[in-house]
Ligand binder design. Structure first.
Ligand code: SF4
Ligand code: SF4
Ligand code: F3S
Length: 382
């Protein structure tokens, strides 16, 4: 459970000084920096640069707007079973304005927002969760008598960087699903004069948000993005190419009912509607809840929550979508089966070599290739 730190970080203190005050050891700090460089996919030669940049850091200001949303993203980013230094970093940078966490309410909260934007004009990081309703002049989300769009435009104007956290903030998510009654749009539809980083997912993985912020604080710029605005270090590979069940897919071993023997054996969920072949996300590697599990690991197919407008493009969730992407998924699943295994594994290995996330895989000992090399367990006739 996340606990906001009560020890203030003064403006003139470096992060190292602050950590000394709060009892965070140098070893823990270095471990965090190493983990961040692994997550960002940079070589170990860059780790000292991250260490030096963060150590010298003066208290960075973050303004976090919660617009038309469910607060699930805030829960995901800030809640953890075991508080880590990553939580601590987010705690620190989130303090200037975060409505769900701050004690202030009403006029005091509005003043805190204005103060944060004025004092740190041009320097703060703006994090946004939630969509922006545009129909009926935006009346569907009003805070302090102003629409979400007005608040967002004002906050983005003075921000150094803008991060849209979650599917609501980037594509409008379920609110924007047909027929989109509130005219919900994402941040990038409103803010067009600066890059908007999209930490995709419903909700997204907290470690990806942390790594993105660390990148900005270390290098002073946003990480490389794909055409959807997602950081390539995290969203550069398909779920399907990192999935622990991929060996079963290649062997033509599929679950056909939620309670069949194949389900008990952990076979592939493609016939149950899994959208892993069309979805780019680090979920199989970084995982959730202190890296204990993830949707497919828990026995449910991926519903494609990191992809644009997934409520419209990935539904029905429990029906497979044939050939939705460039590769003939149906054909490989139903006809070619096991004969593809060797080639597919070679492809996975080659791809993994070039992704930063693959290094996280090694560290977290997710044995994708080892798993796939094992003979498939006995199951029912398929
Ligand atoms: Fe909630 Fe999902 Fe929107 Fe995040 S992206 S605020 S979890 S609906
Ligand atoms: Fe994994 Fe889904 Fe691909 Fe099967 S279809 S291997 S469950 S991502
Ligand atoms: Fe979302 Fe699929 Fe990951 S549903 S949480 S991208 S496994």
């Amino acid at each position: 459970m996340y606990n906001p730190n009560q020890i203030p970080w003064h403006q003139d203190e470096s992060l190292v000084t602050y950590f000394e005050k709060t009892g965070v050891s140098r070893r823990k700090f270095l471990k965090f920096c190493t983990e961040m460089s692994v997550m960002l996919g940079v070589t170990s030669l860059v780790t000292p640069r991250i260490v030096n940049a963060l150590a010298a850091l003066r208290r960075p200001s973050v303004v976090w707007l919660s617009l038309q949303e469910c607060t699930g993203c805030v829960e995901s980013v800030l809640r953890s079973a075991e508080p880590t230094i990553g939580d601590l970093l987010l705690d620190i940078i989130s303090l200037d304005f975060q409505e769900n966490l701050m004690a202030a309410a009403g006029f005091a909260a509005e003043k805190a927002l204005q103060d944060a934007m004025t004092l740190n004009k041009g320097n703060y990081i703006l994090i946004v969760t939630g969509s922006i309703p545009t129909k009926e002049s935006g009346v569907y989300t009003m805070i302090g008598g102003r629409t979400a769009e007005v608040i967002l435009r004002e906050a983005a104007a003075g921000a150094a960087h803008v991060i849209a956290v979650g599917a609501c903030a980037h594509w409008g998510n379920v609110q924007a699903a047909r027929p989109n009654p509130t005219g919900a749009v994402g941040v990038r539809d409103i803010i067009t004069d600066k890059p908007v980083v999209n930490i995709a997912g419903c909700p997204p993985i907290a470690d990806v948000v942390t790594a993105t912020v660390v990148h900005m604080l270390t290098f002073g710029k946003v990480p490389d993005l794909d055409r959807e605005g997602r950081p390539k270090f995290a969203y550069g590979a398909k779920i399907h190419d990192q999935c622990e069940r991929r060996g079963h897919y290649d062997a033509g071993q599929f679950i056909e009912r939620w309670d069949d023997e194949a389900a008990r054996q952990g076979y592939c969920l493609y016939h149950m509607g899994c959208k892993g072949p069309e979805t780019f996300s680090p979920c199989p590697i970084v995982k959730w809840n202190s890296a204990t599990s993830w949707p497919i690991g828990a026995g449910h197919g991926c519903i494609g929550c990191t992809e644009p407008h997934f409520w419209d493009t990935m539904t029905p969730f429990y029906t497979r979508l044939p050939n939705a992407v460039g590769i003939p998924v149906e054909r490989t699943a139903d006809i070619l089966g096991g004969v593809l295994t060797v080639g597919a594994l070679a492809g996975i290995a080659a791809h993994a070599t070039f992704t930063g996330i693959s290094r996280t895989r090694t560290r977290r000992e997710l044995p994708i290739l080892e798993e796939s090399r094992r003979p498939p367990p006995d199951g029912p006739p398929l």
